[in-house]
Design a protein around this ligand. Sequence first.
Ligand SMILES: [Zn+2]
Length: 73
Amino acid sequence: MSDETPICSAKGCRTAAVWVLAWNNPKIHTPERRKTWLACEEHREHLSQFLGVRGFLKDVVLLTEWQEQEQRG
Ligand SMILES: [Zn+2]
């Protein structure tokens, strides 16, 4: 693993991330804005629920797919 390996955003977790959770808080972000959290396989559901109950969660995609999308623009 290199220093550039994305790490899960869950508190205290040092596992490599597999998922990207794209979210938006309508109270502080414009509608097209996307904040992202990274999640390992274990924490994807926990983090998704945290955002989901607040109505913030927009998308959950594989990190590899997210990176491809970013490269395509
Ligand atoms: Zn994790």
